[in-house]
Design a protein around this ligand. Structure first.
Ligand SMILES: Nc1nc2c(c(=O)[nH]1)N[C@H]1C(S)=C(S)[C@@H](COP(=O)(O)OP(=O)(O)OC[C@H]3O[C@@H](n4cnc5c(=O)[nH]c(N)nc54)[C@H](O)[C@@H]3O)O[C@H]1N2
Ligand SMILES: Nc1nc2c(c(=O)[nH]1)N[C@H]1C(S)=C(S)[C@@H](COP(=O)(O)OP(=O)(O)OC[C@H]3O[C@@H](n4cnc5c(=O)[nH]c(N)nc54)[C@H](O)[C@@H]3O)O[C@H]1N2
Ligand code: SF4
Ligand SMILES: [Mo]
Length: 757
């Protein structure tokens, strides 16, 4: 694990944790520093690829101000260090008090993983079970839940999540997505260059900004901000009105085409293109190019539409584009992928939030209503919150209101590596070992046909005073009295004879005592953990995940080279995960798998979604232009740049480019307002006002401005001086601005006023 070769060069395998790709990397250590970093050629998905950000990982690992002791808030708001036993005992007692007084359902859980750490979060399920906490959420409920809801309507369940086969696609379509900077697919820049460089293929981008990706595209539909439902509906209207749809696919595989056709034939393509701010001829050309693709069309919708008005409608229209052209369940197109752990909760029936009755999609409470669910006198309001690997006081809309919500809670516990904006509002802060100091794994396994999983071994021992999340949850569960030694006697005996005996023993024991099943991650940590290779106890929860994966996707796991019948298949997969440091290809799918994964009863895709067709019909009546003349700009609050990585880095020194985190705007607007490049401007929205450094760029159209994401966090340098760097975008956003179906925020569409300072 640790370089003891007396100066000899040793490269250790791990992954970059800065975006959901988790490219495999190799690291050379110097003491506790990540001194040299390169892409890992043996990683089956990234194949040696890594972007420039990975080089900066030491700014995460060795940030000053890493937490090294549990902290308890004093009455005056300052914190005092306490020991772990005291912290666990007091937190367990206080959480139990909330549970016993108001019900475990008033204890809300948020987070469970950022871009690369999800193994720890798996253990939180045990703590939540011990508390009877049923409501939870994470960042996906401010980006993807609308899309998940549409997946549920079309394919039967929100967990029927699709991914695009961009590597093989003839046509790639990115909507509100800038993969050159944000990635979202393996080896993004290589794949984009291949697409752009091949005259037989086409790269299409829908974005109001001339992004790096748009600049290399064959077709850039430069919509006005928020113009997406118009341009997407116009593209669909061309396909229907020029009869470019795939009739065989629609007849054999779908229902409801006549209903959507009726809505689409009525659309005036010229009007909708004009409303979208895009030439009609370009809309027709792009629709025809999509229809012509025999080699597959792959699409990716991301924050530019998922965090803007009509976001769920946009998700629907995006999916209809590839469905009416039959680009589903085939090479180069869209397919339903396998997983190690599901991205979306599966079987739970539709339920709603206790206070506001808001729809909970895939088990996640909409982020934008969390403050409302706290700031209420409803008896079932959220009264305590456990936050893990997330910074919601910074990352959720309307930070001022989130701060008020945290202050109103009876108890907040934060598990993090740093003193974050959220930790500062907590009653207790628990210091976690970093992602390079413990076993970690990525659960964004979204690829098709080959899906990859990497379990990472620690590069370093935990920083003194910190613990990994699995152990934190184990201690909480024990302190809550939810698990007693005598509950485990039989399981310990079974585990001692080998893993083969443990599975049936575990099922039998949890049939007798259902609580054992609910506490599974911690139970496995205690009984299976000690039998695993030295130091690897924290991987125990993966054993269950490997078995579930092998049962759910047996044919694909076998195609990936594993054999064995029944539990033997899962055992092999688990062994491979434990031993393959560069990651394993755990499933290889054929295109028929997509049809097997559809969860509608008749295995047909249900094209007509009445709620969204209703919303589509309201578009023509929508006023054009700003709804409030006091705020004539559209501010995109949270752009991904080369120098952003959510709030994973707090030290501003990592940012070599765009040091100020500039407000980008068009020279046309700047000239009109008397603002100069590098000067300062005041940005005001209905939620707040900030002063930002300005960067003028032709890539933005007049009336549109953008701020980067992940900035505006404070950092104390080595000499102890604390400063906030850049603008925290959610000082400017409002939680009420959200989608009517999914509650997803409109971060990319904040009405704003900009003035010279
Ligand atoms: N470098 C870097 N990469 C990251 C991250 C990071 O912090 N930094 N974060 C990761 C995370 S958590 C995520 S979710 C992804 C997000 O990845 P992306 O969604 O690609 O990121 P954004 O830059 O937020 O938004 C994408 C685009 O939406 C455009 N946009 C704004 N308004 C509109 C609109 O009205 N319509 C359309 N069509 N487009 C619009 C913006 O101009 C922008 O180019 O990135 C991941 N990758
Ligand atoms: N206005 C606006 N708001 C946005 C966005 C936007 O574009 N605009 N984007 C949204 C999106 S897409 C996302 S994904 C969210 C991201 O926001 P969050 O989900 O809140 O996550 P991160 O900023 O990634 O912060 C991760 C936290 O994990 C901590 N951490 C790092 N390693 C570990 C570890 O090993 N253990 C523990 N316990 N903690 C660790 C870090 O210190 C940090 O506090 O922001 C959202 N907010
Ligand atoms: S930031 Fe994302 S794309 Fe870049 S190296 Fe890290 S994981 Fe890979
Ligand atoms: Mo995200």
């Amino acid at each position: 694990m640790i370089d003891t070769e007396g100066g000899a060069r040793t490269w250790h395998k791990t992954a970059c944790i800065l975006c959901s790709q988790n490219c495999g990397i190799e690291v050379e250590l110097e003491g506790r520093h990540l001194a040299k970093i390169r892409g890992d050629k043996a990683h089956p998905a990234s194949q040696g690829y890594a972007c420039e950000k990975a080089q900066r990982l030491d700014y995460y690992q060795n940030a000053s101000g890493r937490l090294t002791s549990p902290l308890r808030r004093r009455a005056d708001g300052t914190f005092e260090e306490i020991d772990w036993d005291t912290a666990i005992r007091e937190i367990a007692a206080k959480l139990a008090h909330v549970r016993d007084t108001h019900g475990g359902d008033t204890i809300f859980y948020y987070g469970g993983g950022g871009q690369g750490n999800h193994l720890g979060g798996a253990y939180s399920r045990a703590t939540r079970a011990a508390l009877g906490s049923i409501y939870s959420s994470n960042a996906l409920a401010q980006e993807k839940t609308g899309e998940f809801w549409v997946d549920g309507q079309l394919y039967g369940k929100p967990r029927c999540h699709t991914s695009g086969d961009f590597e093989h696609a003839e046509v790639a379509l990115f909507i509100g997505k800038n993969p050159w900077q944000s990635h979202g697919l393996p080896r993004a820049r290589v794949v984009l260059k291949e697409l752009a460089g091949d005259p037989a293929r086409a790269l299409i981008v829908i974005d109001p900004r001339r992004t790096e990706t748009a600049a290399m595209a064959d077709h850039h539909l430069q919509v006005r901000p928020g113009g997406d439902p118009f341009v997407l509906a116009a593209l669909l209207a061309v396909l229907v009105q020029e009869d470019l749809v795939d009739h065989d696919f629609l007849r054999d595989r779908t229902t409801g085409f006549e209903t959507i056709k009726e809505a689409l034939v009525a659309i005036s393509i010229a009007d909708y293109a004009a409303r979208a701010g895009v030439p009609e001829a370009q809309v027709r050309e792009v629709a025809r190019r999509i229809a012509r693709a025999k080699g597959g069309v792959a699409t990716y919708e991301d924050l530019g539409v998922q965090q803007a008005p009509h976001s769920t409608l946009n998700s629907y229209l995006e999916k209809l584009l590839y469905l009416v052209t039959g680009n589903f369940a085939k090479r180069g197109a869209m397919n339903i992928h396998s997983h190690i752990a599901p991205l979306v909760g599966g079987s739970a029936k539709d339920y709603t939030t206790p206070v506001g009755g808001h729809r909970i999609i895939g088990g996640m409470v909409p982020c934008n209503v969390i403050a409302d669910e706290i700031l209420s006198d409803h008896p079932k309001r959220f009264r305590a919150m456990l936050v893990e690997s997330a910074n919601p006081a910074h990352s959720l809309a309307e930070s001022a209101r989130m701060r008020a919500a945290f202050e109103a809670l009876e108890l907040t516990v934060v598990i993090d590596v740093a003193m974050t904006e959220t930790a500062r509002l907590a009653d207790y802060v628990l210091p976690a070992a970093s992602q390079f100091e413990k076993w970690e794994a990525t659960f964004f396994n979204l690829e098709f046909p080959n899906n990859v999983f990497q379990l990472r071994a620690p590069l370093l021992p935990p920083l003194e005073g910190t613990l990994g999340e699995p152990e934190i949850h184990r201690r909480l569960v024990r302190a809550l009295g939810a698990l007693r030694d005598e509950d485990l006697t039989e399981l310990h005996a079974a585990a001692a004879t080998g893993r083969a005996a443990l599975a049936p023993a575990f099922f039998a024991a949890s049939a007798r005592n259902p609580m054992l099943g609910k506490l599974a991650p911690v139970v496995l940590l205690e009984v299976l953990g000690p039998t695993l290779p030295p130091g690897a106890a924290a991987t125990a929860a993966l054993w269950g995940a490997a078995h579930l994966c092998a049962m759910s996707f047996a044919a694909s796991v076998k195609r990936a080279g594993f054999d064995g019948v029944g539990p033997a298949l899962g055992e092999q997969l688990f062994d491979a995960m434990l031993s393959e440091r560069s990651g394993v290809t755990f499933t290889i799918d054929d295109y028929e798998e997509t049809w097997r994964r559809i969860e509608t009863k008749d295995k047909r895709i249900r094209l007509a979604v009445p709620e969204l067709l209703g919303e589509l019909a309201t578009l023509p009546a929508e006023p054009a232009g700003p709804s409030d003349l006091a705020f004539p700009f559209v501010l995109s609050a949270g752009e991904r740049r080369s120098s952003t990585a959510n709030t994973i880095f707090r030290d501003p020194a990592w940012r070599k480019k765009d040091a100020a985190g500039a407000l980008r705007m068009s020279p046309i607007d700047a000239a009109r307002l008397g603002i100069v490049d590098g000067g300062r401007a005041r940005v005001t929205t209905k939620a707040g006002s900030v002063i930002a450094t300005v960067e003028l760029t032709e890539t933005l159209q007049a009336g549109h401005a953008s701020l980067p994401n992940g900035l505006g966090v404070d950092y104390a340098d080595a000499s102890g001086n604390t400063a906030v760097h850049g603008i925290a975008p959610n000082e400017l956003t409002s939680s009420g601005d959200r989608d009517w179906i999914a509650g997803t925020p409109w971060h990319k569409h904040v009405p704003a006023r900009i003035e010279a300072v």
